[in-house]
Design a binder for this molecule. Structure first.
Ligand SMILES: [Zn+2]
Length: 289
């Protein structure tokens, strides 16, 4: 098999994910990827309402402590973006129900979103208007070229079938002085090295696992350059972790978090803490001609 990012033939199986699907790693560009990918039907099934159960979100009701936690994380992302761009149109790709856009709107940005899930895009449309939210993929969206000052992709690029295509489209939609913010798991993080194939980010819906080297490689192919790289921090609380690991069972973390949850004072369960959990944040700009 050739590398699906750089085309190199130096690709090896890293481990078996499940019986017929493996994680491959390219020793040239450093990308890791799942092959074969889930098909569309398997994906739709996975992204349907049940997926959001892991967020403590069901029906139209948004869990308050999850919401506060997500917003705290998004404020971190926004303060990084604000170092480059202070106002204008912002597009959140994979906007889910629109937490990030709510935060961006409060800071004075004009909010737009793309969301693959019909269920969550409907919720986002109610918040930001029919025209501002596109139900589908970025590649098929109706937005104009050079339209956006900021394009945000949190927990998105690892989900798409062809990252180069998604990022090329983002590059087209971006204004000349705009920035793209990507947050994604870091396959060269400490947590990956320690947990190996039990790393919590290895999931069937994650098709690609980037590192600093491979994100620079894909950016370069799309006419973009990486102007900032950092280990990303996330706000987490025990309320959320408890719900997550009830759904995504982990041999060590599920019992550990259950234990901590029950010994933790009730008031502190929904208090936010900041952790670096094996993800990275990068800022991209168009290459100057
Ligand atoms: Zn490669």
């Amino acid at each position: 098999m050739d590398c699906s990012l750089c085309g190199s033939t130096h690709v090896k199986i890293k481990f078996n994910m499940i019986s017929d699907r493996q994680i491959f790693a390219c020793s040239d560009c450093d990308i890791q990827f799942l092959s074969p990918q889930l098909n569309d039907q398997e994906l739709i099934k996975l992204y349907s309402e049940n997926y959001y159960f892991a967020w403590g979100v069901s029906g139209n009701e948004e869990n308050e402590s999850t919401k506060r936690m997500k917003i705290a994380t998004f404020q971190l992302r926004l303060s990084l973006i604000l170092q480059y761009i202070k106002k204008g149109k912002i597009l959140d790709v994979g906007c889910a129900t629109g937490y990030f856009l709510e935060t961006a709107k409060e800071k004075g940005f004009d909010p737009f979103g793309v969301e693959f899930s019909e269920y969550s895009s409907a919720i986002a449309k109610k918040k930001f208007g029919e025209d501002n939210i596109f139900w589908g993929t970025l590649e098929t969206s109706h937005f104009n070229d050079n339209m956006f000052d900021v394009i945000a992709m949190s927990d998105l690029i690892e989900h798409v079938r062809i990252p180069e295509q998604t990022l090329s489209k983002a590059s087209k939609l971006l204004s000349d002085n705009g920035v793209i913010m990507i947050m994604t798991p870091d396959a060269r993080s400490l947590s990956n090295m320690l947990m190996k194939k039990k790393w919590t980010h290895y999931k069937l819906e994650h098709f690609f696992y980037f590192s600093k080297k491979s994100i620079i490689c894909v950016a370069d192919k799309c006419g973009l350059s990486v102007v900032h790289f950092e280990k990303s921090k996330k706000a987490l609380n025990f309320e959320y972790l408890h719900t997550q690991y009830k759904v995504y069972k982990h041999w060590l973390l599920t019992p550990a978090i259950n234990f901590l949850y029950f010994i933790f004072p009730k008031k502190l369960r929904s208090k936010n803490f900041y952790f670096s959990i094996g993800e990275m944040v990068v800022i991209l700009k168009k290459k100057q001609a």
